[in-house]
Write a protein that binds this ligand. Structure first.
Ligand SMILES: *[C@@H]1O[C@H](CO)[C@@H](O)[C@H](O)[C@H]1NC(C)=O
Length: 447
């Protein structure tokens, strides 16, 4: 019976299977709700999560509550959180109809605002920005609910003496992109976002440095390789939000000055070269940028390493997220009129891998044989007052709460994957994992 079922599932989902993108978009937004830190609103749908980390404070007592827990843990890492907000905003700007069709536009805006409200709090003065709350080792040595945690949660900032250009510039990009999202919805909020975006960009550009050197925290879990790509990316988003040509000129000049053509092209929280080239191609239609994005997508389609079952394999960590980000860029390229059919097919095939084309879903709570023991602390805990500790971590039972919509890290290079909490490389979830993936869903929902 079991074998027959698997065979049938394999047949049904093979080749050109259709998936309920509306539901998947709604689920992905539920994942972001589950990641919320701070005081939860009355309309919170993920009700097994409660208020938490209400004492998150800056070094001078500033209120730093809110924002998102990063992954399966409870540190608030500003850099990947900002990238997440930028990417989510980009998807809402370009694929709004995909969200509307899923009756999720409002929730998508809320997901963005949950991050941007927090960034506004973190920007305590013109050249002062909190980029992290919580500390990796203290946090990771404990297993339980965020509502119950008692470890110290220090806050770390950048300022003029200890700058962090990639952090400030990516946050500027997030606020600028979100200002476009809210322009016709809440113009005063949009203006506030843009004011902070301009200031943070100026901060990033004026005081150059790497944020991992500035934060003085345990081992920058998200150390970025360089800040130059973020400066270009931030300037482009400032241009998109303001139409001020000086930002575009700056972006193009820095792109040349930094020799960005030589950078690692894989789009992620750390790498924004290809995404910058894509935006420059869309904005300027100039040949060098168009060529770059074309060869990137062509490489993804026929040059990049693949797993035997067809996933483009770019990185050990978060293999699915890397594929989703690539798919997202190629969907954007398709919309810019570049080889649309081939690039959309590529994106559809990659997302299909995630949703179940191989007979297995990699999205929690969705489809055939989805992950059930994801490396995610809060959903691994039963409701209070039951205890939750390392015993729950080691349990072979499924997580008591279904973390709907979360995309797991994903398989290794031979499609191997184990649904176990200890395998945080392949079976953790993260805010940035879902961002490009969610944008793909919205785009595919419009085709
Ligand atoms: C479109 O992309 C496919 C796959 O990369 C490639 O084989 C084909 O030559 C491209 N077509 C054009 C017109 O560039």
């Amino acid at each position: 019976m079991h074998i027959i079922f698997i065979l049938l599932a394999g047949l049904v989902s093979c080749h050109g299977a259709t998936y309920d993108y509306n539901q998947l978009i709604q689920y992905s937004l539920l994942f972001y709700e589950a990641q919320r830190s701070g005081k939860l609103p009355a309309d919170q749908k993920v009700t097994w999560r409660k208020d938490s980390a209400l004492n998150d404070k800056g070094q001078n007592g500033e209120d730093l509550t809110g924002g998102y827990y990063d992954a399966g843990d409870y540190v608030k890492f500003g850099f990947p959180m900002a990238f997440t907000a930028t990417l989510l905003s980009w998807g809402v700007i370009d694929y709004e109809e995909g969200y509307t069709k899923a009756d999720s536009l409002e929730d998508a805006r809320k997901a963005i605002k949950w991050a941007t409200d927090y960034f506004l709090k973190c920007h305590v003065s013109e050249f002062e920005f909190y980029g992290q709350v919580g500390e990796g080792n203290l946090d990771h040595n404990w297993w339980g609910r965020p509502e119950d945690m008692t470890m110290e949660r220090p806050a770390y900032k950048i300022d003029a003496e200890n700058p962090g250009s990639e952090l400030a510039s990516e946050t500027a990009a997030a606020l600028a992109a979100a200002s476009i999202v809210f322009k016709n919805v809440d113009s005063s909020y949009s203006d506030t976002l843009l004011t902070h975006a301009k200031q943070l960009y100026n901060f990033a550009d004026t005081y150059r440095g790497k944020y991992k050197d500035a934060l003085q925290t345990s081992r920058a879990i998200y150390p970025s390789n360089e800040y130059e790509d973020d400066l270009v990316w931030g300037a482009i988003w400032l241009y998109k939000a303001t139409n001020d040509e000086s930002y575009l000129t700056k972006a193009k000049e820095m792109y040349d000055e930094f020799g960005m053509i030589l950078y690692n092209p894989w789009f992620s929280w750390d790498q924004k070269v290809t995404s910058s080239e894509l935006l420059l191609a869309q904005i300027t239609k100039e040949d060098p940028y168009v060529q770059r994005i074309t060869s990137y997508c062509d490489h993804m389609i026929s040059g990049q390493q693949r797993t035997p079952k067809g996933l483009v394999y770019i990185d050990t960590w978060g293999s699915l997220r890397m594929a989703a980000n690539a798919a997202y860029l190629c969907l954007e390229a398709a919309d810019a009129g570049i080889n649309a059919t081939a690039y959309r097919d590529f994106a559809k095939q990659q997302v299909g891998y995630m949703l179940g084309d191989t007979g297995k879903s990699f999205v929690v709570g969705f489809g055939t044989d989805p992950p059930t023991r994801v490396s995610h602390r809060s959903s691994s805990c039963p409701d209070a007052p039951a205890t939750c500790d390392w015993i729950n971590y080691g349990s072979l039972d499924p997580n008591p709460h279904v973390l709907y919509g979360a995309l797991v890290g994903g398989p290794g290079s031979n499609d191997e994957y184990e649904d176990m909490r200890y395998d945080y490389v392949h079976n953790e979830v993260a805010d940035d994992y879902n961002a490009g993936y969610q944008g793909c869903l919205a785009a595919l929902n419009m085709l």
